[in-house]
Structure formats: structure tokens, C-alpha cells
Design a protein around this ligand. Structure first.
Ligand code: PLP
Length: 385
């Protein structure tokens, strides 16, 4: 039996999603830009999916621009807003050090292109303090980008408060909501943001499709050049089957949101409390009170996280570390580093992210084998603290 506890990396495609995508591939091959019958049918299914995604996030359908995923949505938001704002002379971009690489590396690229950039550190809780943003914004700030929920520790940011700070200085506010949509209620208007990124494969939809929500009235330059699809904001013939899959996934997510969030929170707490009680020298990373319900990130003192990940995988349990492998060395998670956790703690941390198919039996199986694995690894590497 294999147990998948890595839903923040990606989720299995829901049966309803796969069936809808298959039917579209089989029956609706038209190009949505074509004027004839075939094209208009494809356009109708695209519009249906747009309405479903808009409903999940409290938006108007024309504000939803489909992209090739969360990464492209983040790029379009930041590059598009920065280019539009530069015309008015604003050239400062603010983000946080615990963002996903899709935002971090885009902001770095904009820095190389001549924009001034500020990278704000979060607190040790994994939450960005509004005061830090207040101190960073200026009349030159074009865009502020702060993620809604962090992918590694799950912490939820005070987006409404942060967006209000950006608004007072006339800057646009973008949030990467890839890890919150489908897990907690996301209402783009209540959050008070201008731009928000989403990805289908984090909510039981297909990979390679996402969306950028652009508040009506926000000026944004397209990043790609080409045709006039997506109201001139994202050229290229639309990925109709993928977008339809995203629409079905969004509809399913909206229909089960509260119930599933309550179930997953109970399951996550069972896992977390079980680990803390049964495995000595373990600690939860990030604020426990303000998190998406499916995620916990736990450090196992004296254990190299990668070794524990592999040991768990050999037992059929899939988890993850936020570490990145580069040129043969394992770099500890930039998120945990940004939270100023000591290096050894960042290096011994595992993310467990639960999802729809997980049960109490899965959690109990993990709790059964984890103490022995950790004890074995600690005995093999007694020098690690
Ligand atoms: N933003 C966050 C917070 C993510 O967790 C991810 C995926 O890991 C992305 C962006 C990128 O999304 P995609 O894989 O659809 O490009």
C-alpha cells in the first residue's frame, strides 16, 4: 500500500476532471477563436470553465485569464504590472523571502532589468508582519507580491491588511494563491488584492494550466506576443481540455471546501500530535494557528530530512522536504532559512501535506513506522544535533 502525503507538490487528477477532459479531447477540437460552429462550441466550454474558476475565487469571469500554470501566472502578474507601472515612473518591487521560486526568481530577473527590489523577511512564525511592509513601501513602489498560503509550512498571510498598505501608496498588490485555493475560502475582493495566481494541479486538476485573476481596471502588459486571446492578455490558442479540467476541479473544490477543510484539519492534527507525542525532539515549524488545514512541517532533530524522506519512501510513504538539490549538494529550504530557523533544524524538516484520499489509517500507518525510522537514522548519524 502506498500513501501519498505530498499534496502541496501536486494532487491526483479527480475522476470527474479526467472524464471531462477526455470528452473534450474526443468531441470538441475546435479553436475557440474560430467563428464557425466548431470554434463557437469550444469557446462556450472555455467560458463555462472560466465561470467555474471565477466562482471559486469570488471573481467576475472576464477577469480570469488562463495561463500554462501558476508559474506563468506569477510571471504575467509581476512582469506585466511592472512594465505597465514603469510607464508612470514607478520602479520598485516588494516581495517576501519565503515566496515560491516562480515569484522570487521573477523579481530577481526584474532586479537585473533595472527595477529596485526589496525582499522582506517573514517572522519565525512564517508570517509576514504588516509593519515590515509598511516600512518598505514608498511612492516609487509599483507592485507588492506576497503569497496567500506558504507551500512549505502552510502559513496564511494577513493579505487584506498587507494589500491595504500597498493601496495607500498607490502600488498594485499581487498574491500567489496557488496553495490556498481549494484549501481555504479565497475571495479575491474580500482580500482586496489586484492580481492573484492559481494553478489547477494543486486542486485535483491537470498540470500545465493555471489562471491569473486581474481585477477589472488594472493595467497590465502582456508578457508574450502573439494573438488576441484572453482579451489581449495572454496570446496563444487556449489549452481547451486543460482549462475544462481546471473548471471541473474548481467546481468540485467549491462544493466540498468547508467539509473537506474540517476533515483534513482533524487528520493533520492527528498526524502532528501523534508525531510530537511519539517521536522525541520534534517541533512544528511555523505558526500552528494560522495555516491551511492540510499542511504540517515538522523538524526531527538529529535526522537529515532527505534520509528520512527516502526511508519513508521505501516504506511506501511519500512526503517532501523543501530542500533543493543543486550541483550535488542539498541546500536547505529557503523558506525555513527565511524564517531564520537554525540551519540544522531547516535541514531536518519534513513537510506532510494531506489530501482527499487520505484517511486515519494512513496517518496511523505513518505513526506506526516513523518512530523506528527516526531512531534508526539518529543512531546512524549521532553527530547531527
Ligand atoms: N506558487 C506556489 C506557491 C506553488 O506552490 C507552486 C507550485 O509548486 C507554483 C507557484 C507554481 O505552479 P505551477 O506548478 O502550476 O507552475
Amino acid at each position: 500500500m502506498r500513501i501519498y502525503l505530498d499534496h502541496n507538490a501536486t494532487t491526483p487528477v479527480a475522476r470527474e476532471v479526467a472524464e471531462a477532459m477526455f470528452a473534450i479531447c474526443r468531441d470538441e477540437f475546435g479553436n475557440p477563436s474560430s467563428v464557425h460552429h466548431f470554434g463557437q462550441r469550444a469557446k462556450a466550454v472555455l467560458d463555462g470553465a472560466r465561470a467555474c474558476v471565477a466562482a471559486l475565487i469570488g471573481a467576475e469571469p472576464p477577469e480570469v485569464v488562463f495561463t500554462s500554470g501558476g508559474t506563468e501566472a506569477d510571471n504575467l502578474a509581476l512582469r506585466g504590472a511592472a512594465a505597465a507601472a514603469a510607464e508612470s515612473g514607478r520602479r520598485h518591487i516588494v516581495t517576501a523571502a519565503f515566496e515560491h521560486e516562480a515569484v522570487l526568481n521573477t523579481v530577481k530577473a526584474l532586479g537585473r532589468a533595472g527595477y529596485t527590489t526589496t525582499l522582506l523577511p517573514p517572522e519565525a512564525s512564517g508570517i509576514l508582519s504588516p509593519q515590515r511592509l509598511r516600512d518598505a513601501v514608498t511612492a516609487d513602489t509599483a507592485v507588492v507580491s506576497i503569497m496567500h498560503a506558504n507551500n512549505e509550512v502552510g502559513t496564511i498571510q494577513p493579505i487584506a491588511e498587507l494589500a491595504a498598505i500597498a493601496r495607500t501608496c498607490g502600488a498594485l498588490f499581487h498574491t500567489d494563491a496557488v496553495q490556498s485555493a481549494g484549501k481555504i475560502r479565497v475571495d479575491v475582493r474580500a482580500l482586496g488584492v489586484d492580481l492573484a495566481s492559481f494553478s489547477a494541479h494543486k486542486l485535483y486538476g491537470p498540470k500545465g494550466v493555471g489562471a491569473l485573476w486581474i481585477r477589472r481596471g488594472v493595467r497590465l502588459m502582456p508578457v508574450l506576443s502573439g494573438g488576441r486571446q484572453e482579451r489581449n492578455r495572454r496570446p496563444g490558442t487556449e489549452n481547451v481540455p486543460g482549462i475544462v479540467g481546471f473548471g471541473v476541479a474548481a467546481r468540485l473544490a467549491a462544493s466540498r471546501l468547508e467539509k473537506e477543510a474540517t476533515r483534513l484539519a482533524a487528520l493533520r492534527d492527528r498526524l502532528e500530535e501523534g508525531v510530537l507525542a511519539r517521536v522525541p525532539r520534534t517541533e512544528v515549524n511555523g505558526a500552528r494557528e494560522s495555516r491551511v488545514p492540510n499542511t504540517t512541517n515538522i523538524s526531527f532533530a538529529g535526522v537529515e530530512a532527505e534520509s528520512l524522506l527516502i526511508a519513508l519512501d521505501l516504506e511506501g510513504i511519500a512526503v517532501s522536504t523543501g530542500a533543493a538539490c543543486s550541483s550535488g549538494t542539498v541546500e536547505p529550504s529557503h523558506v525555513l532559512k527565511a524564517m531564520a530557523l537554525p540551519g540544522h533544524r531547516a535541514q531536518s524538516s519534513i513537510r506532510f501535506s494531506l489530501g482527499i484520499a487520505n484517511t486515519e489509517q494512513d496517518v496511523d500507518r505513518l505513526l506506526e513506522i516513523l518512530p523506528g525510522l527516526v531512531a534508526r537514522l539518529r543512531s546512524l548519524a549521532p553527530v547531527l544535533r
